[in-house]
Design a protein around this ligand. Structure first.
Ligand code: GLP
Length: 241
């Protein structure tokens, strides 16, 4: 595991985007695993800047998003579909047919999970999986539990997650209670994982996840088993290292 600490958010965002740019420069048809949430917004912003400077193209790349809310219209301002369009897809040359995000409005969410798994299987391996970290240690929407699911599945979001994500909605009642998420098995199959964590409020959980016992009650702790994990922390998040 390679833990990198950055003095400023700008440096972290530039370095994060730099890793993705380098990958696409050497492997234009790379498969990218993309995350949402507040954490990677600045990385995507830098990535768009690099694209506009002509440093990188996404034309041959493929993307798979980690997760999506169930029951939120795609066009809803808080759907992960809208997030990805606004923060990245609308600004780069990644063809729409090479973009994959679980459909949270599929009539049969379980069938949608199976189809997503099939698409992932066809892509063989994610070259670079970007991850944020939930306050309760979740990755994607894999919530702490006595057991974890390997493949794409429907998950009931925990109270803490609903509370954390309520900041994006008018009230906590509006936060969808269910989501579709890639499972930990698929996340761990990625060739390289880039875990990005910012802020003092995550300092303790990221330290515990990366140095404490590996347990399903702290899903991010499973990342310790990955042979190629890069962790990017800002100063505040790196406090206990
Ligand atoms: C969300 C997402 C995760 C994300 C995490 C942290 O619920 N499902 O993929 O990493 O929570 O979000 P943030 O970066 O906004 O703190």
């Amino acid at each position: 595991m390679n833990i990198l600490t950055f003095q400023s958010t700008e440096e972290l965002n530039e370095a994060g985007a730099g890793i993705i740019v380098s990958l696409l420069q050497t492997k234009p048809d790379a498969v990218l695993g993309l995350a949402t949430g507040g954490t990677p917004v600045g990385v995507y912003e830098q990535l768009v800047k690099s694209y506009k400077k002509g440093l990188v193209s996404f034309k041959k790349a493929t993307s798979f998003n980690l997760d999506e809310y169930v029951g939120l219209p795609r066009e809803h301002e808080q759907s992960y579909y809208t997030y990805m369009k606004e923060n990245l897809f609308n600004h780069v040359d990644l063809p729409a047919e090479q973009i994959h995000i679980p459909d949270g409005n599929a009539p049969d969410p379980e069938a949608e999970c199976r189809q997503y798994e099939e698409k992932l299987a066809k892509a063989k391996q994610i070259d670079l999986q970007i991850l944020g970290l939930g306050h309760n240690g979740h990755i994607g929407f894999n919530e702490p539990d006595h057991a974890l699911v390997s493949g794409t599945h429907v998950v009931k979001l925990q109270e803490e997650t609903l509370r954390a994500n309520a900041r994006y909605f008018d009230s906590i009642e509006e936060v969808p209670k269910l989501a579709i998420t890639m499972g930990v098995g698929m996340i761990l199959k990625a060739k390289t994982i880039l875990l990005i964590v910012r802020g003092e409020d995550k300092a303790k959980i990221v330290h515990e996840a990366l140095t404490g016992p590996i347990r399903t009650e702290l899903p991010a702790s499973l990342l310790q088993t990955h042979p190629n994990l890069v962790v990017m922390l800002d100063n505040a998040a790196s406090r206990y290292f």
